[in-house]
Ligand binder design. Structure first.
Ligand code: EPZ
Length: 423
């Protein structure tokens, strides 16, 4: 497959209205949860991105039959009979590990390749394992393959997570729904995507309460009482925040629709701190700016704190602000690679362990750059849109993992860009 790159001709004004796709970080787990339904679960508003294709491959390998029509997937898991997630798929996408909980719930056992790390960090799963072990799961590792068994079945327990891990919360949730008795997950992740998963599990007959809070209670039900359902994925708050950054960069006005503004309270607060005006209604957010960008400090934290998945995008705002901003990355050990690429475009950034000190500059210059992860890639395209001259963004397969038709959407917002095949 020839590699492609995105060529951006700046500077542009980024404004208009864009409807965001369904949330990648919800849809992937909703698809995994369909294993529990033992029939055909229909999920709407699934984004057309490569990570979804990988999850489809994982489920198909397990024996599921998937038919899709636009953004709607019908996933028939009746015939799911295998419980092995192969390395070549897990290594492509860490989120494949999200099938672990549902496979254990359905079969009482599972085999999954241990996910490797990625550009932004080690991406361990120790909290997934500790949490599931508390429910009676036993793990062995055989040549990189995780082997899960439940000799005495799944037993509900009161478990405290050391850190509100999104993935660990989700895997525990999907196992606990059929565990005997009550499970309480303390220090649970509170992301909107967790709430979406809890809602779908309840539609399937599970008994989950407290989704979106730090304490989630699950009353176990028999596996055969769970049934397929029809569910619509929530809008993608990170895609929305990415486009809002574009509007903030050049003044907008830019409106995003299809997402609950409550999912982006901290990002909206920071946009206002950067000197933007932000207006919201029940399912849209509009950003505009007339004065200079103001320097603003940011700490990335678990939801409802500032999302790490918007860190690169907001670093771009800081790079053009009238002063010095400090961004602290608390979730991943190596998520400042975007800074190195932005410095090649003229940004003035100093990295001190998990702090980035950003001294605003008056403008950026177009340059050849490389996407290191999907959020950095998306931010580099925005940087090219506001820079003087042409920017060539390489390794855009990262962007395709999480943004549906990113070039098409930005074109509609006034950006002069195209995808071309690398010579
Ligand atoms: C989810 O990853 C998202 N991915 C990430 O989005 C997001 O950045 C992250 O949550 C935090 O919000 C999906 O949902 C597919 P974590 P996840 O478990 O579940 C460490 C994007 O750009 N950790 O909350 O992997 C871990 O290494 C992606 O869309 C352990 O040490 O996040 C990380 O440093 C990037 N042990 C931190 O905790 C564990 O057992 C947060 O991880 C689990 C996690």
């Amino acid at each position: 497959m020839p590699k492609e790159l995105i060529v951006v001709h700046g500077p542009c004004t980024i404004s208009g209205t864009i409807h965001v796709s369904g949330a990648k970080n919800s849809a992937l787990k909703l698809m995994a949860a369909s294993i529990l339904g033992q029939g055909t679960t229909t999920i709407h508003n699934i984004p057309n991105i490569s990570d979804i294709s990988v999850m489809s491959d994982v489920l198909t390998r397990l024996g599921a039959r998937i038919s899709r029509e636009g953004h709607t997937f019908a996933i028939d898991t009746t015939e799911v009979n295998s419980f092995e997630t192969p390395y070549e798929l897990v290594s492509k996408m860490r989120a494949s590990i999200s099938v672990l909980g549902p496979l254990i719930a359905r079969f009482g056992c599972a085999r999954a390749a241990m996910p490797g790390g990625c550009q932004i960090g080690a991406r361990k799963i120790d909290m997934h394992l500790v949490g599931l072990e508390a429910l009676g799961v036993q793990f062995d590792v055989d040549h990189g393959i995780l082997i899960a068994s439940t000799p005495a079945g799944l037993i509900g327990a009161h478990v405290m997570l050391e850190f509100p891990s999104v993935g660990a919360t989700e895997n525990m949730l999907m196992a606990a729904v059929v565990a005997e008795g009550e499970t309480v997950i303390d220090n649970a992740a509170r992301e909107p995507e967790i709430v979406d998963l809890c809602n779908m599990l309840n539609q399937m007959g599970a008994k989950v309460s407290g989704g979106g809070t730090s304490s989630i209670t699950i009353e176990g039900v028999p596996l055969d009482s769970l049934h397929p359902c029809e569910h619509t994925t929530v809008g993608d708050r990170i895609e929305a925040g990415t486009f809002l950054t574009g509007g903030a960069l050049t003044g907008g006005p830019l409106q995003v629709t299809g997402v609950d503004p409550d999912y982006l309270k901290m990002a909206i607060m920071k946009l206002r701190a950067f000197g933007c005006m932000v207006e919201t209604d029940s399912s849209s957010i509009t950003v505009s700016r007339t004065g200079d960008l103001q320097p603003t400090d940011i700490q990335t934290l678990p939801h409802p704190g500032f999302p790490t998945d918007l860190q690169a995008q907001f670093m771009l705002l800081a790079a053009l602000a009238d002063g010095v901003s400090v961004i602290t990355e608390n979730l991943f050990e190596n998520r400042f690679m975007f800074a190195a690429e932005l410095m090649r475009m003229g940004a003035d950034i100093t990295l001190e362990e998990h702090h980035a000190i950003i001294r605003g500059v008056s403008h950026l210059q177009g340059a050849p750059v490389s996407a290191t992860d999907l959020r950095a890639g998306a931010a580099l395209v925005l940087a090219g849109a506001v820079a003087d001259g042409t920017t060539w963004v390489h390794d855009i397969e990262h962007i395709d993992r999480g943004y549906e038709d990113y070039v098409g959407k930005l074109s509609c917002l006034g950006v002069d860009l195209e995808r071309i095949i690398e010579a």
